[in-house]
Design a binder for this molecule. Structure first.
Ligand code: M6R
Length: 598
């Protein structure tokens, strides 16, 4: 969740600060650096966005060869300068991402040894323990190894020690960490995207490998077999992370979807999906969180409808705690944009322990989830920086659509003609998405009207219920307007009690087999005087007296791709509502892009 970075280079502060900028999507409630300069560790921290830290740093001249940095998403202890990292004890400074579950016990033990703590964080025990073992004349490597042996939970840490050898250490257990050897320096970070242009070669350490970085070399300290570090090419380009002409990353990512669909509709990647034998599978279980979970929900509908495969879906944070029945003939699919979501990773490990086949569907192909699954497919969305996921959702759906076609072909549940119609529908995606995006200003008008309310109810039917849920999630996470979603037929079973002039209802209603049913639900809403907004087919407007800014017309489109098209107005509505209310669209409060804590 937090971002960590470290560099050993001539002017180490530069790559660290640049990297923190690229890591800010992981957390932005405070940040800090520790720099080894003139045989002294200088630690500078600031609350709030990274600009606050930069402001503080601009007040002084800082230079040194070893630097670590951190951008925080608070878990233990509120956002404050004291709780910001790095945490220092004597000559040891540490940045940490993850959670130390037994920190209270460790704190108690350290207090008995005479240590005093200044923060409310779990992380602060780490530099104290290292310092304690150094004071007992253990070597730097031994002190770190002995410290991590006592930690329970997940962590990736960077350790800076003020000694003549000027080493930086990195080690992880369960949390992401990447090491890079460049021409100008050696680097560590929680994410390859954080590394700058001097990071062509990267290494993903295994759990508990202690890595030592200095100006001469990067070494694996604790491997008795003298294992060498095998670098791979860094595919993440930091150049791809630019907003271009757009006002926010989220806006850029929404508009990128047309090109992404163009690329996915012509790419010849279906061979990849034929590596799965869908006839040998008795069930698919798809596990994910947040937006990725809603993609799973739509995939369930497709696999069942077109390929006749039983599909279960599960929220990753619940899966392993509900004692699921896992069979060896089951395919478990883990969907994650980041590939680092702690809940999804833990669910994957659980499924593996039960001998299920595991498949990762990720955007970051070298991520932990992709590396640990039996096999993995990339969604090819490119870096997604906006905390609210948009293009990753469409790309996840696009890959699921292709997988469904492959499954339908192998299982011969529908005939070749139907499969070819479904494939042709898919080809229409870029054109139809573009048509919707060209009319984005209409959604701006709708947002103006909707933001007058503090609550919104989203309704859909069939697989579009998941689009209603995704629309509600998008709206609440960036505009902070309270929004909930229901399958429209559920309205009369409870939520209808909420309806009055102050409870607007937004209905997703393209023309499909459920339109008539949905029209009845819309009537029920109107009869209770609730303001109504419709994203749907022209025929809806005919029946209901709506003003221009209460109706967005969806183009006519085949049913199989309606989820992919209907989500675009949902994304625009959230974006424009948040902008209308003056919120920070890319960095909403309390959230972070990659949730690497349970
Ligand atoms: O990286 P992942 O797809 O595993 O992330 C899952 C959720 O944390 C993520 O989709 C989250 O709900 C987004 N903020 C939604 O916009």
């Amino acid at each position: 969740m937090c971002g960590i970075i470290g560099a050993v280079a001539e002017t180490a502060i530069k790559p660290v600060l640049d990297g923190l900028g690229r890591l800010e999507y992981r957390g932005y409630d405070s940040s800090g650096i520790s720099l080894l300069s003139n045989n002294e560790i200088q630690t500078i921290k600031a609350q709030g966005k990274l600009t606050n830290l930069k402001q503080r740093l601009s007040e002084q001249v800082l230079d040194g060869e070893c630097c670590i940095g951190h951008t925080r998403w608070a878990t233990h202890g509120r956002a404050s300068v004291t709780n910001a990292h790095p945490h220092q004890c004597g000559q040891v400074s540490v940045v940490h991402n993850g959670i130390i579950e037994n920190y209270l016990q460790l704190k108690h033990q350290l207090a008995q040894w005479g240590h005093h703590f200044s923060s409310a964080t779990d992380s602060e025990v780490i530099p104290h323990l290292i310092n304690h073992y150094l004071s007992q004349h253990l070597s730097e490597e031994e002190a770190i190894a002995k410290t991590v042996a006592q930690l329970k939970g997940s962590y990736a840490i960077g350790v800076l020690i003020n000694s003549t050898s000027k080493n930086l250490y990195a080690i992880k257990q369960g949390s992401p960490l990447v090491i890079s050897q460049g021409n100008e320096g050696a680097y560590m970070a929680s994410d390859a995207m954080a590394l700058g242009s001097d990071s062509g070669k990267i290494y993903y350490p295994n759990d508990n490998e202690l890595i030592k970085l200095n100006t001469h070399d990067i070494t694996l300290c604790n491997d008795s077999s003298n294992k060498r570090i095998h670098y791979i090419k860094n595919k993440q380009s930091s150049d791809a992370i630019s907003k271009g002409q757009h006002s926010s990353y989220m806006e850029k990512e929404i508009f990128e979807q047309v090109d992404l669909m163009k690329r996915l509709s012509v790419s010849n990647d279906t061979d990849e999906y034929s590596s799965i034998n869908f006839n040998q599978i008795n069930k698919i279980t798809i596990i994910a969180c947040g937006t990725s979970y809603y993609a799973a929900s739509i995939a369930k509908s497709w696999f069942e409808k077109y390929a006749n495969i039983l599909v279960e879906i599960d929220i990753a944070s619940e899966y392993r705690y509900r004692s699921p029945i896992v069979s060896e003939k089951e395919l478990t699919i883990f969907v994650s944009q980041s590939g680092e979501t702690a809940d999804t990773l833990a669910a994957l490990r659980y499924a593996k322990s039960k001998k299920a086949q595991t498949l990762a569907l990720v955007n970051v192909i070298n991520s932990s989830i992709a590396r640990e699954a039996d096999f993995s497919f990339e969604i090819y969305a490119g870096p997604e920086i906006g905390v609210a996921s948009t293009k990753a959702f469409s790309c996840q759906l696009a890959i699921f659509y292709k997988m469904t076609l492959e499954a339908a072909k192998q299982r011969e549940f529908i005939d070749a003609n139907e499969i070819s119609v479904l494939a042709k529908n898919f080809m229409q995606l870029p054109y139809l998405m573009e048509k919707v995006l060209q009319r984005c200003l209409e959604m701006k008008d709708m947002a103006k009207k909707l933001t007058k309310f503090s609550n919104v109810l989203f309704l859909g039917r069939g697989e579009l219920t998941a689009i209603a849920q995704e629309g509600a999630l998008k709206l609440k996470e960036i505009s902070y307007i309270h929004a909930e979603a229901y399958a429209a037929g559920e309205l009369k079973h409870g939520p209808i009690a909420l309806l009055d002039e102050q409870m607007p209802v937004l209905v997703i209603a393209p023309k499909n087999g459920l339109t008539d049913k949905l029209l009845s639900n819309i009537q029920e809403v109107q009869a209770r005087n609730a303001p109504i907004f419709i994203i749907g087919d022209r025929s809806n407007k005919q029946y209901i007296n709506l003003q221009e800014d209460e109706f967005f017309e969806l183009p006519e489109m085949p049913e199989s791709i309606q989820a992919l098209i209907s989500v675009i107005p949902m994304q625009l509505l959230a974006l424009y509502s948040a902008q209308q209310l003056g919120k920070n669209v890319d960095q909403p409060r309390n959230l972070a892009k990659s949730v690497t804590v349970e």
